[in-house]
Structure formats: structure tokens, C-alpha cells
Design a protein around this ligand. Structure first.
Ligand code: NAP
Length: 506
């Protein structure tokens, strides 16, 4: 049962204005619009909560994270039903994404109990050192304070109200204020109910989690501008991310803005792999490009290969594979409309050939594939931009030098992929140093959709993939975004933060 309200410091608040979700089918649900005043109250409550939550033991924080996960699972059937209604995503995908979301919360619970995120360092005093004695120096990572979180439309669970940013901030000891995403307010409502139940069950301060539902851009701007907010975790489009990043930077006291934005995730199909396995790679690409209607930030939108008969055969193979894939429902009418406009723009770009193109149904997207030469691609910046949906472009280089030029000209990416066989080793070796400077993750012989949540994952990249390439929004190291190193000099032991080891928790 939906509340239709914003959860602010433990209270469900309404307003005299409302908005509705846009269900794929069935009657829309109505929600009270959040207000700047609610944002203000949420931020003040988050700051108040910080004075207890920020100093709580890792065992208590882990218990809270695990309880949130349990409460989400307890509402699993309702969340999936609402997700299918609001987003058009299939049941299995939503169930899988919920598994990932609760898995992230539980992973962070285990991570903080391991003591690793505190990254404690100690340089003991050297009183007899000449010519100067050394004081006792200890470094601890401390939580930074209230964090603002913006989720994305395409991951209504794993990158939204209880998603990776929220999990990482709460694990670090930072209260969270979420700006509810307008594409899935019903899911956000149910997730907030799970938080309310977890807060009551564990007795943490209710200001630890607030969520203000859609009230237009003004809510997001108010939140990022709020003087009590210490950092922002954002997942979404380049346009919105850049607008909010600029606000964060223009504040009297600028704050870090961890924006995970779009990417076109280029793949380089190297000559021997193209000859030996071109058809298989083309089929795999078709699957990855159209998975979830292409609405993944890791969607591989570009394939770069060398000209020749094999390139033509590859184009024919991907064309055939895409012809068999039907149009799919998009997350929102707005995203479907933007896809229609973006693909029409590609189709009329100079010297771009259409390989696969069909009409997009209402709130839907059909696969679209284009091809062009590397020299033409290099001359048109617009061809490098993300079109959110199942759209790909084949970039055909006349030689390896041109393939390198394409790699060199890439904007920052979440991922870059090499398809290679043994005979491609030298070419691959020449590309890797370039791609390392472009992407947060480099794959060999795979497809970038599907991001493992684990210790080694990096989901980030140089701008515009991310606004902060030293960080990642997926994987346990994501917690470091919300911690700040503090050095304590000659501090009495009982005034130092506690370091928890697994042994302490047994
Ligand atoms: P979006 O339109 O950028 O929306 C994200 C959030 O920003 C919403 O809460 C939206 O709410 C707010 N917003 C939009 N424009 C704003 C503005 N001018 N000022 C202030 N706030 C604004 O993105 P989306 O459709 O949710 O997500 C799709 C994009 O996310 C794709 O580009 C995809 O590649 C990217 N993505 C990236 C990752 C990653 O990890 N790198 C993961 C998933 C998705 P309001 O409209 O209510 O203000």
C-alpha cells in the first residue's frame, strides 16, 4: 500500500500539490509533491542524526544495513509489482535487481565489520629521533556528514533510493537525504517504508534516512545547495549531472559531487578475432546492445574495426541478429521520445549509413544500427554522444593508425572492450595504454553490460563518464567517497576513534 508522501525524519509529509506516475498499464498513482521546506527539514534532521549515527559502532551500522535489506525483501512482491507497472521492466529483471540491491546493503555491512574501510595507519612516536623527534601520528577515515543521493531511472532499485550510493554513505556513517526519482515514485515510496520499518526496529535516529519525492528540479537544486549537505552521490544523465555538479561547485563552500553519468562503452574488434569469430561477436553484441531496451549505462554503443570483407560480414551478421529482436518498452515516455529524436539525428548525420532502422512504437524502442568511416566519426562530435537505448554505430577504420586515432579521441568512458585472439596481442598491447586513460574498466572478450558488485569493481571513468574519476559508485571501495582522512597527533588513546577488527565482533 502506497503512502503517496515524502518521508522526512520519520514523518510522512504531504503538500497541496500532487503528481502522478506514468504506468505502462493500469491506473496511475498519485503522490504529494515534495517542497524545498521538506528538503530543509530533512537536511537538518540528517545533521542532528549524524551526531549519533556518525559515531555509532560498525556493528550497529551493519545491523541497520542488514535490517533495511530484510525489510526490502519483506516487501519484495509489492516492489516487483510496482516496478513492472511503473517501468515496464520484466519481473525477472526486477527480482534480480532487488537481489543485487539487498546484496549491496549486506556486502557493505560485512565490509565495515572487517575494519578495512577505516584504513587505520599508525606512525608511532620516535622521541629519540635526531635532529627532531617524531610525534605519534594516526590516520583514521571519518564519515563526512549528511549526503544527498539522486538515483537513476534505469535502475529503480540498485541505483536509486536504497541503491549503491545510499548503502555506501550509510555504511560510512553518513545520514542520507534522497531526492526521489520522478520515473518510479511508487518504488521509492515502498523503499522508504522499508527504511521507516528498519529505523524503528533498530532504534537509529529517524534523520538517518529521508526521501523527498519529485517536486521538479527545484528540489534537487535546493538539496545540493543546502549548507548541511557534505557530498552528493548522483547517477543519471550528463545534462542533469552537469547542472547539479555546477551548483555543487558554485556553493560558498563547494562540496564533492560524485556523478556517475552516461557512456558509450566502445568495443575494439581486433583483426584476428574479427576473422575467426566475427559472427559470434556480432551476435553477442546484438544481445548486449538491446538488453533491457539498451537502457544501461554500460551499453556498448560503438564497435570499432578494420575495413575489409570481414567488416562487411560483421555488419551483415549484427544486422541479421538485430532484425530478430523486437521493439521493447522504455522506462518513461520522455526516454522513449529522446531515443526517437536521437536515432533520427544519427540517421540524418552526414556520411552515416543506416544498417538497421525501424519505427519506434509508442513508449518503445526498436534496435537501430548505423555505420560510418573512422575519419567521418572523428569529424563529428555528436556521433560520440550517448543515445540512451538500443542504438549502435560501427566505426570502420582504414588501418591501425586510424583505429588508434579513434581510441585517442574517445571521451571518458565507464568501460572499453577489446575482442582479441592470440594473434592480436601486439595490437592489443598498443591499445591498452590508451584505453587505460579513457575508462574505469577494460574488458577482454566480453560485453560490458552486467556489473559485478565486489571488492575489485570500478564503475566510474574520466569525465563525462563520471565527475570524479578517483572514485567508483559500485564495489566496496565506493565507501571511500563518504569518508575523510583525519590525522590525530599525540592523541590520548581513549580520544581516538575505535578500530574494529573481525576478532572484536566474534
Ligand atoms: P536524469 O534525467 O538525469 O535524472 C536523474 C535525476 O536528476 C532525477 O532525480 C531528476 O529529477 C534530476 N534532474 C534532472 N534534470 C535536472 C536538472 N536540470 N536539475 C536538477 N535535477 C535534475 O537521468 P535518468 O533518466 O534517471 O537516467 C538515465 C541516465 O543515467 C543515462 O544517461 C544513463 O547512462 C545514466 N546512468 C549512469 C549510470 C552510471 O553508473 N554511470 C548508471 C545508470 C544510469 P527531476 O527531473 O525531478 O529534477
Amino acid at each position: 500500500m502506497l503512502k503517496g508522501l515524502s518521508l522526512v525524519a520519520g514523518e510522512w509529509l504531504g503538500s497541496d500539490q500532487s503528481f502522478q506516475n506514468e504506468p505502462v498499464s493500469g491506473a496511475p498513482d498519485s503522490f504529494a509533491r515534495g517542497t524545498p521546506d521538506m528538503v530543509n527539514r530533512a537536511c537538518e534532521a540528517a545533521e542532528e542524526a549524524f551526531w549519533t549515527y556518525g559515531y555509532s559502532s560498525v556493528a550497529d551500522r551493519a545491523a541497520f544495513l542488514n535490517e533495511v535489506a530484510d525489510q526490502i525483501d519483506a516487501r519484495g512482491a509489492d516492489i516487483t509489482a510496482m516496478g513492472m507497472k511503473e517501468t515496464g521492466l520484466p519481473e525477472a529483471r526486477l527480482e534480480g535487481e532487488r537481489g543485487r540491491t539487498v546484496g549491496q546493503l549486506r556486502l557493505f555491512a560485512d565490509h565495515i565489520k572487517s575494519g578495512v574501510p577505516l584504513d587505520h595507519r599508525h606512525d608511532p612516536a620516535l622521541p629519540d629521533r635526531a635532529p627532531m623527534p617524531r610525534p605519534d601520528l594516526q590516520l583514521f577515515q571519518r564519515p563526512i556528514g549528511p549526503v544527498a543521493v539522486f538515483g537513476a531511472s534505469n535502475f529503480p532499485l540498485a541505483f536509486s533510493s536504497a541503491g549503491g550510493d545510499t548503502a555506501a554513505a550509510l555504511a560510512a556513517g553518513c545520514p542520507v537525504v534522497v531526492k526521489g526519482h520522478p520515473a518510479h515514485p511508487g518504488i521509492a515510496d515502498l523503499i522508504a517504508q522499508a527504511f521507516e520499518a528498519a529505523i524503528k526496529a533498530t532504534g537509529v535516529h529517524p534523520g538517518v534516512f529521508s526521501q523527498v519525492q519529485d517536486g521538479g528540479h527545484i528540489l534537487g537544486e535546493t538539496l545540493v545547495n543546502h549548507p548541511l549537505i557534505r557530498a552528493v552521490g548522483f547517477t543519471g544523465s550528463l545534462r542533469a549531472g552537469r547542472a547539479l555538479f555546477d551548483i555543487a561547485a558554485a556553493r560558498p563552500e563547494p562540496i564533492p559531487f560524485f556523478g556517475e553519468l552516461g557512456s558509450t562503452n566502445p568495443m575494439f574488434v581486433l583483426p584476428s578475432a574479427l576473422t575467426n569469430r566475427g559472427d559470434d561477436i556480432a551476435k553477442g553484441w546484438a544481445g548486449s546492445l538491446t538488453m533491457g531496451a539498451g537502457q544501461f549505462c554500460t551499453n556498448p554503443g560503438i564497435a570499432v574495426l578494420l575495413e575489409g570483407d570481414e567488416a562487411q560480414q560483421f555488419a551483415a551478421a549484427i544486422g541479421t541478429a538485430l532484425d530478430d529482436i523486437p521493439a521493447q518498452t522504455m522506462l518513461t515516455q520522455g526516454i522513449a521520445k529522446a531515443f526517437g529524436a536521437g536515432s533520427a539525428q544519427f540517421a540524418k548525420s552526414a556520411d552515416v549509413t543506416t544498417v538497421v532502422r525501424s519505427d519506434n512504437p509508442d513508449r518503445g524502442a526498436a534496435p537501430q544500427l548505423f555505420a560510418t568511416t573512422a575519419s567521418n566519426w572523428l569529424s563529428q562530435d555528436a556521433l560520440q554522444e550517448e543515445v540512451f537505448g538500443p542504438l549502435g554505430i560501427l566505426v570502420v577504420a582504414k588501418d591501425l593508425k586510424e583505429m588508434h586515432a579513434v581510441a585517442q579521441s574517445l571521451q571518458g568512458q565507464l568501460t572499453c572492450t577489446l575482442h582479441l585472439d592470440d594473434a592480436d596481442a601486439d595490437v592489443a598491447r598498443s591499445l591498452v595504454p590508451i584505453l587505460e586513460r579513457k575508462a574505469g574498466r577494460i574488458l577482454a572478450n566480453g560485453f560490458p553490460t552486467g556489473v559485478e558488485v565486489c571488492d575489485s569493481m570500478v564503475h566510474s571513468g574520466p569525465y563525462p563518464a563520471s565527475t570524479n574519476f578517483g572514485a567508483t559508485s559500485v564495489g566496496t571501495i565506493a565507501i571511500r567517497r563518504f569518508l575523510r582522512p583525519v590525522c590525530y597527533q599525540n592523541m590520548p588513546t581513549d580520544l581516538l576513534p575505535t578500530v574494529t577488527t573481525p576478532a572484536d565482533l566474534q
